[in-house]
Design a protein around this ligand. Sequence first.
Ligand SMILES: [Zn+2]
Length: 162
Amino acid sequence: MDRDGTLIIDKNYLSRVEEMEYYPDTLKALQVFQQLGYDLFVVTNQSGVGRGYFSLEAVYVIHKQLQNDLRENKLSPFKDFAICPHSPDDGCECRKPSGQMITDLMEKYHINPDQSFMVGDKLIDGEAGRNAGIQGVLVRHATSPDFPHYKTLMDFANSLKK
Ligand SMILES: [Zn+2]
């Protein structure tokens, strides 16, 4: 799952945990995914680190809060977080739309690509999924003829129940 704009409201280089804000359906949708047996991972570009806007430590603080919130809501925590801390100018190999962060996770956790999704609110999220050989899914703003689209995360979660 993408983080900003998908799990939490995209605040343009979010670095302060106090400003983290979920969409109303995020935790409920995550519950559905877990009830269906999915393991959850976060795959996020955090170029604010590479641009010098905030530290990687600030990113970890936010991810720790995510884990705490999931536990408090009786959910399992995310299995892992993949972070690209680079700026676009760094020319790294991890930044989405590269599929590398996803393929690394799939290798590490022995994940079946045929039963996995990359969900995000931007075209690059769908593309990152495709580049990693899994199904990309777009939610909220982004639409593209190349990927299925759902208005909310909950709509996507419900679609998996069938
Ligand atoms: Zn990177």
